[in-house]
Write a protein that binds this ligand. Structure first.
Ligand SMILES: [Cu+2]
Length: 121
């Protein structure tokens, strides 16, 4: 009886350890989401800080008109459409400061609508 209980307890500990280990092994690191709001005629935030090799998801929203996000140095772009959330996954592969800009004509201030991505090691 006593031995049986001990055996059950031991089995329980092994199972719990297995579950905990499995949970750790299966857990995907959650990618950081950075929300960027585009409006006439600015991106907020204007500056995005990233780490080289660390993936992020950029999430774009606007309440105004159709705009675009383009980061030519990383060969990525997205349409930003009122009422929708656009997502773009970015894994910066180099360090430095890079420009992003609106690539869809959205009005008088369109030409100046840009920001910077700072990537550190
Ligand atoms: Cu624009």
């Amino acid at each position: 009886m006593k031995l049986e209980r001990r055996r059950l307890l031991a089995a329980g500990i092994v199972t719990a350890a297995g579950v905990a280990f499995g949970a750790v092994a299966l857990a995907q690191p959650k990618e950081k989401v950075i929300r960027v709001t585009a409006r006439k005629w600015v991106f907020l935030p204007r500056e995005i800080r990233l780490k080289k090799g660390v993936p992020v998801v950029l999430e774009f929203v606007t309440a105004d008109v159709v705009m675009g996000f383009n980061a030519p140095d990383f060969h990525v772009r997205a349409d930003i459409i009122p009422g929708k959330v656009s997502r773009l996954r970015l894994v910066p592969d180099k360090t430095g400061t890079f420009v992003f800009l609106c690539d869809i004509f959205c009005g008088d201030g369109h030409e100046g609508m840009s920001g910077q991505i700072h990537v550190v090691a």
